[in-house]
Design a protein around this ligand. Structure first.
Ligand code: SF4
Ligand code: SF4
Length: 349
């Protein structure tokens, strides 16, 4: 399947996605006014703790729900120079947690260098690994060993413990390849008690609905993956699908867009607001521009200075990012629905 970008689809353009949000404004209240009713005059960042580096849109998969519109036909990958600028930012900001994402980040030729540089700085490093990359080619087969040697926390998507639902969202054969990769990670000690090697799985609904509670699903996944394949892992993160890029495309094509947005609004939970990930995360694009989160990045809602100029990782003073006003729009309802949603799973019990 070609990405929206390759198809030159209108939704490949972030402005066109934002226009769809305007279309439902008469039906769905603006997110900012819902926040205000809940007692929040906007969203403001605290001290950034996690630097989430998106090293590019190149991926070996083309999942139906992907908010990045990643795929094998994308060519945008972070250069070594921009990675060096990220490292310099870590040095001057003192941030100690790095979350590497993509695309499939391992396809970036400088990925392993970036990981080892972050680890040498004493940073906790999380990597978003789609699992299938590990078995996609022999040059990636040693990734579990590389992760273990660098004590990297691995966070991997597995929409379900059955092939049909996983393959429906992520592509034919993805489930079997993911199971093979999980067994290789387990063989390195990942997910095993006392190994110190953390393996977390990510669940997101295969459709236009909100997920069941995280704790319940985690127990179910642990039981089923262990019984069926002998697979172990640490935590399950439940993440809502946000109406961005290919998931927005799916919603519009299937005529479920309005209904899904209404579901998110009905499920708005003010208790999630203090824990929203944009309040303590900074997201960097492959070009080095800064965003409040990976979702804002895909909608091209850049962090700007007071004059409206886009902030870039190479020049931004670390202190300028504290207490900044976060850019919000209708997609933010995805993070505040139910128990909330973030790259680390649900936000409140
Ligand atoms: S969801 Fe992840 S694995 Fe799937 S296409 Fe997007 S970046 Fe690749
Ligand atoms: S999409 Fe979520 S994380 Fe991003 S700015 Fe909105 S509420 Fe914050």
């Amino acid at each position: 399947m070609a990405t929206l970008a390759r198809q030159q689809h209108p939704l490949a353009d972030s402005a066109s996605q934002l226009r769809h949000y305007d279309e439902v404004t008469g039906i769905i209240p603006p997110f900012s006014s819902t926040l205000q009713k809940a007692g929040y005059d906007g969203l403001f960042a605290g001290r950034p703790e996690i630097l989430q580096i998106n090293v590019g849109k190149l991926c070996n998969q083309t999942c139906r729900h992907c908010h990045v519109d990643a795929g094998p036909d994308r060519r945008e990958v972070m250069s070594r120079e921009t990675m060096e600028q990220c490292l310099q930012f870590l040095d001057r900001s003192g941030m100690k947690t790095v979350d590497i994402t993509g695309g499939a980040p391992e396809l970036n030729p400088h990925y392993r260098w970036l990981v080892s540089e972050c680890r040498q700085r004493g940073c906790r490093v999380m990597t978003r690994c789609n699992l299938t990359i590990i078995t996609a080619h022999e040059r990636f087969n040693d990734l579990p060993r590389f992760f273990a040697q660098h004590q990297v926390e691995v966070i991997s998507s597995l929409p379900f413990y059955e092939a049909s639902r996983t393959d429906r969202q992520r592509g034919t054969g993805v489930f079997d390849a993911s199971i093979e990769a999980l067994l290789l990670l387990n063989a390195e000690g990942y997910g095993k008690p006392d190994s110190g090697l953390q393996l977390h799985l990510v669940y997101n609904p295969v459709g236009a609905f909100l997920s069941a509670p995280q704790q319940m699903l985690e127990q179910q996944f642990k039981k089923e993956l262990s019984n069926r394949y002998g697979i172990v892992f640490n935590n399950l993160y439940v993440i809502n699908n946000l109406p961005i890029s290919r998931f927005l495309h799916f919603l519009l094509q299937s005529g479920q867009y309005e209904e899904y947005m209404k579901k998110l609004v009905m499920a708005f939970n003010p208790a999630t607001v203090p824990a929203l990930m944009c309040r303590y995360t900074l997201s960097v694009s492959w070009e080095g521009f800064l965003y409040d989160c990976d979702f804002n990045q895909m909608l091209d809602l850049k962090i700007t200075d007071q004059a409206g100029n886009a902030r870039h990782i190479s020049t931004v003073p670390a202190e300028a990012l504290q207490e900044r006003r976060i850019m919000v729009s209708q997609h933010c309802y995805g993070c505040t629905a139910g128990s909330g949603s973030s790259c680390g799973g649900q936000l409140v019990p």
